[in-house]
Design a binder for this molecule. Structure first.
Ligand code: UT7
Length: 325
């Protein structure tokens, strides 16, 4: 019998500290950095983001999101046999955030590792978990995107520090005789490393280079709008579907203009797009599972519907997953 993987439950978690654009603008103005609600809303669609307290790590946010996903799926932590965490803001250099999270969750013993594909991380992690379930290497997986991007922001660079937020989203993916994940597409092009990166490294007990996020916003914008609909179309073709079959587009939440452009190219009305960038900002690898869980919990996204998840980010990396919920 052919084995597929399907999402059995979703969860998410946002740290309690919420800053509107005005809150952030006031804080930044105190250090001589000037921005405004108007500028941020007009260029990005972002109205608010959440920042984690200084002692809270990606594993803390991810653990809470995972608990909620387990509850929604009716699955116990001890029955999970695979944990994949997508993050670019790990708790430590090593061990992986997935191992730290596994211990907090009480799922000790199962396979656990991190995936680093920046904002496409959740798409990569979901694709790997799907392949492991289809191959028989796992039966019940937790796939998590968790980030504390506030830790790597340069609050003197108004071009980037207003864009990102912290949070986590998770899904329980389990073996099933019915699909599930129908197709996925992953890509990377390392020649674009420099347009979105945190170039620093830990070396000889010190930080070598710059440990804060650098971005050429316009270059990232252009690449993103040029790549996303192509990935979505490739995933549709692989599954024998067309764009009109999609019930919900659940894109990476970086900028409303990128989201609108992708929807337009796929000829999808914005009524079929889950948008959370206004409330969460860009939470990198957490943004897609956060948007998915928001869609599920607000009653928009329903079992049986066809979902197109797609993401793009540093690397450059991009990809899409088409699934039946
Ligand atoms: O997960 C993937 C990650 N990233 C993305 O998807 C981001 C993609 N890029 C973008 O979303 C956009 O490029 C940004 C939102 C980052 C920037 O928008 P833009 O329309 O490309 O603006 P810009 O960088 O060309 O800047 C326009 C002006 C500049 O002023 P001058 O030189 O025209 O006087 C900036 O200094 O806006 C100024 N500016 C700001 N003003 C107020 C830049 N940041 C701010 C700010 N507040 N926060």
């Amino acid at each position: 019998m052919r084995i597929f993987s399907r999402i059995a439950g979703t969860g998410s978690y946002l740290p309690p500290r919420r800053l509107t654009n005005v809150d952030l603008a006031v804080e930044l103005a105190a250090t001589g950095v000037h921005t405004s609600d108007d500028w941020i809303v007009e260029r990005t669609g972002i109205r608010a983001r959440h920042f984690a307290a200084p002692d809270v790590c990606s594993s803390d946010l991810g653990t809470e999101a995972a608990r909620r996903a387990l509850l929604a799926a009716g699955v116990l932590a001890k029955d999970i046999d695979l944990i994949i965490v997508a993050t670019s803001t790990p708790d430590m250099v090593f061990p992986s955030t997935a191992c730290i999270l596994q211990n907090k969750l009480g799922a000790n013993g199962c396979a656990a590792f991190d995936v680093q594909a920046v904002c496409s991380g959740f798409i990569y992690a979901l694709t790997i978990a799907d392949a492991m379930i289809k191959s028989g290497a796992a039966t019940k997986a937790l796939v998590i995107g968790a980030e504390v991007f506030s830790r790597i922001l340069d609050f003197e660079d108004r071009g980037t520090c207003v864009l990102f937020g912290d949070g986590a989203g998770a899904v329980v993916l389990e073996a099933s005789v019915t699909p599930g994940i129908l197709s996925s597409v992953l890509h990377a092009d390392g020649k674009h490393v420099g347009i979105l990166c945190v170039p620093g490294q830990v070396s000889g007990g010190a930080i070598l280079g710059d440990p804060l996020l650098k971005m050429d916003g316009q270059a990232v914008f252009k690449l993103a709008v040029g790549l996303l609909d192509g990935a979505a179309r490739a995933a549709l073709i692989k599954a024998g579907k067309v764009a009109a079959d999609i019930d919900w587009l659940i894109p990476h939440q970086a900028n409303i203009r990128i989201i609108q452009s992708t929807a337009r190219k796929l000829k999808l009305s914005m009524d079929k797009v889950i948008v959370t960038v206004d409330q969460h900002g860009n939470t990198s690898a957490a943004s897609i599972p956060l948007a998915l869980d928001t869609g599920v919990r607000t009653g928009k996204v329903k079992p049986g519907q066809l979902l197109m998840l797609e993401g793009v980010g540093g690397g450059f990396t991009w990809g899409a997953v088409l699934l039946q919920l």
